[in-house]
Design a protein around this ligand. Structure first.
Ligand code: IMP
Length: 487
């Protein structure tokens, strides 16, 4: 009668399949329009994972975007450190980073960024890996972004980092990959690209060599074919010397099977910028949703990830770009030009810009300030595939100011209008607000636990949690690592 034993063995065995996710995996995704404060959240999550007894190394995987992104980290001395292409691993030694195949990589900028980071934090050798399948971006795609705005007669819509042409050429199959740069015939391949672009620019009466393109911190002239190839030759030689370009598919297999590895997927931009489900046409070009992990790594499924976290700013929202969000607060270009008799809302926006330093990490532009928009947030959480929320900037509040939150939109007749992706659905909608009492942001900054948070802050969090239907698992109350409160 071996039956009970078999039944027991079957039951034990089936337990193994209960959790279909990989243990110690976290995905961090922006819930709004980028700039939600993902870099520091990743830094905190790395620390939490490393505290687990089993975990010896944390792998941080960037799967989308390029150096249109800028993640700010604060080191132990309180100094700001910006990463653009490299994953946010630089403040911890027991970390490794992957720039995966879904990313767009500009090799010269990568070299400059790593050299800049190494001056600040020491050697990153053998800690950063780049997929040979990543999309290659050169100065040609950057010049093309300018050409696109010239031919359309519009100001540049993007960050100028060549992101949209690079992804466009992934789809039209005219673009190159990192393996093209590292292969033997690289010089002919890239010389041919230069020739093609030269013809295209000439057709518009433009001289390719005279185009100005941005680099890591400044701009330069694209120059002749020889100049272009020389710059790439240097970056290529550096990439070869660093031995950082690998087949990341094989790496993922190894990491997945090693229980001492924690894994963090670092989303760039925000779900609101997704090319399919974002504020089209002012969107970015890579999949910013949890499903972006799939094409961006070619190994992991969104369903493998144990915790899929959406990051949002708690008391307001921000936007960089040409788009006009319904809850946006009208401000002069230079915030210092605000008149003394400006509206209460404008004073609030000025306070936010100053308190939260709302200037782009990549472009340095002042961000537009909006009220928190729950209609937008709930849609992004649902379609972006996140399951929990992490709120940042809980300290951006004042006791004497109530906080306005948009709960829904209506049309002029008062009929409810749902948030749908695409700016055209936002035209003419009327946002409806609720005002909740504010709290002292300084008290928040000193809080180290839930108990120490001001009562109104807790009530505000509870309100968002109930309205969105998603649990808030963490709030941050300041830029330092200890301003991270897990509930
Ligand atoms: P692109 O990604 O450079 O093509 O820019 C397209 C749009 O996305 C522009 O409105 C950018 O300002 C915006 N964008 C791209 N990356 C970021 C980001 O990391 N944070 C905020 N906005 C971004």
């Amino acid at each position: 009668m071996g039956r009970p034993k078999e039944r027991q063995a079957f039951k034990e065995g089936s337990k193994k399949f209960n959790g279909l996710t990989r243990e110690n995996t976290v995905g961090i995704f922006g819930l709004a329009l980028g700039d939600e404060g993902k870099g520091r959240i990743i830094d905190n999550y790395i620390e939490e994972l490393l505290k687990k007894p089993k975990i010896k190394t944390v792998w941080v995987i960037r799967f989308n975007g390029g150096n249109n992104a800028g993640h700010t980290l604060i080191d132990r001395e309180g100094q700001r450190l910006a990463v653009h292409l490299v994953s946010s691993i630089v403040l911890h030694s027991k970390t490794r980073g992957i720039m995966d195949r879904g990313m767009v990589i500009h090799p010269e900028d990568l070299k400059t960024e790593i050299e800049y980071l190494e001056k600040r934090v020491g050697s990153l050798r053998d800690r950063i890996f780049l997929s040979e399948e990543a999309i290659l971006c050169t100065d040609l795609e950057r010049a093309e972004e300018t050409l696109n705005s010239i031919t359309r007669g519009e100001a540049k819509g993007g960050t100028g980092r060549g992101i949209s042409p690079a992804y466009a050429h992934h789809y039209d199959r005219q673009g190159l990959k990192i393996y093209d740069l590292l292969g033997r015939g690289w010089e002919q391949i890239l010389a041919r690209q230069y020739d093609i672009y030269q013809k295209r620019f000439a057709a518009f009466g433009l001289n390719l060599s005279q185009m100005t393109v941005p680099d890591f911190s400044q701009t330069h002239l694209l120059g002749s074919k020889k100049d272009f190839l020389n710059r790439l030759r240097k970056a290529r030689a550096w990439l070869v010397r660093r031995k950082m370009v690998v087949n990341t598919f094989i790496l993922h297999k190894k990491i997945a099977q090693d229980p001492t590895c924690g894994i963090l997927f670092e989303g760039a931009q925000g779900i609101g910028l997704d090319p399919w489900l974002g504020t089209r046409p002012d969107v970015t070009s890579s999949n910013t949703r949890a499903s972006g992990v799939e094409e961006g790594t070619a190994y992991w499924r969104a369903g493998d990830i144990q915790e899929k976290v959406g990051i949002f700013k708690i008391t307001y929202s921000s936007s960089v770009g040409a788009r006009q969000m319904p809850t946006q607060i009208a401000l002069p270009k230079n915030i210092d030009d605000l008149a003394d008799n400006c509206s209460r809302e404008q004073s609030w926006a000025k306070f936010v810009v100053e308190q939260a330093h709302e200037f782009g990490t990549t472009t340095g532009r002042r961000r537009d300030i909006c009220f928190l928009d729950l209609a937008f947030l709930i849609y992004n959480a649902r379609m972006g595939g996140v399951e929990t929320l992490v709120g940042t900037h809980l300290d951006t509040a004042r006791e004497d100011w109530s906080i306005k939150v948009c709960t829904h939109y209506t049309d002029k007749k008062g009929e409810i209008v749902s948030y749908q992706p695409g700016l055209r659905y936002l035209e003419g909608v009327i946002p409806h607000y609720i005002e909740l009492p504010g709290w002292d942001g300084n008290v928040c900054q000193k809080a180290r636990s839930f108990k120490e948070l001001p009562e109104n802050a807790v009530k505000f969090l509870a309100f968002i949690q109930v309205r969105t239907g998603y649990p808030i698992v963490v709030a941050t109350c300041g830029p330092a690592r200890e301003n991270f409160i897990r509930f």
